[in-house]
Design a protein around this ligand. Sequence first.
Ligand SMILES: *[C@@H]1O[C@H](CO)[C@@H](O)[C@H](O)[C@H]1NC(C)=O
Ligand SMILES: *[C@@H]1O[C@H](CO)[C@@H](O)[C@H](O)[C@H]1NC(C)=O
Length: 197
Amino acid sequence: MWQLLAGSATLLQEGRAPYLVKICFLAAAGALAANVALTGLLLKTSMTNYPGGSAISTFHKLIPPTVSPPPHVHICNLAAQSGVTLFQHLNAPPYPDALFLWPQSTPPVRSWTYNRTENLTIGDLTSATQFTHLISEVPPLDPDITRDWNLMATIPAFNRVVFDKELVLHRPLEVPRKFFDVIRVEQRDQLWIYERR
Ligand SMILES: *[C@@H]1O[C@H](CO)[C@@H](O)[C@H](O)[C@H]1NC(C)=O
Ligand SMILES: *[C@@H]1O[C@H](CO)[C@@H](O)[C@H](O)[C@H]1NC(C)=O
């Protein structure tokens, strides 16, 4: 396709392009633009598609590794399935040699606990007093949360791709300026980080 594009562009510049070559040029340029746009969209989608990964990294930014007592965090099913891997259990063994995974370069004296036990309700988590933090898909307005847990952070993630039909149909002149708004990735709050009150 590059050759097609370059070849037809040369002919176009020389001003002796037959009709068919012009069409080829437009088709090739269009395909290239569509490809770039789609790649960008997929990239944006996948970047926002790991709420669990994003939650655990936020958690590590909020709490210093040396905090005492060490956190015992519960990781809900959604978080476990969307990017919380063993590699992200930064403050618990096994400690990888790779320093890039380890910003402080030494592990904490007392390791944290990342608990992925399934099927626990907020009530179960509240009454099991070892849990100090939750990464949960239960929103902050839930009464079981409000009573016993403080919100530390909200994690938005990919919800859907929206096509702005209204913009294209009714305000087409604005499309070039708002090109990246025509098809956009919409996010929704999906995970919350809590600490015990
Ligand atoms: C994780 O939580 C469950 C339920 O409270 C508990 O039985 C289990 O011992 C915990 N795991 C660790 C490693 O502490
Ligand atoms: C949790 O619940 C799901 C659905 O009810 C079930 O498939 C799964 O086996 C349960 N996991 C555990 C560890 O009990």
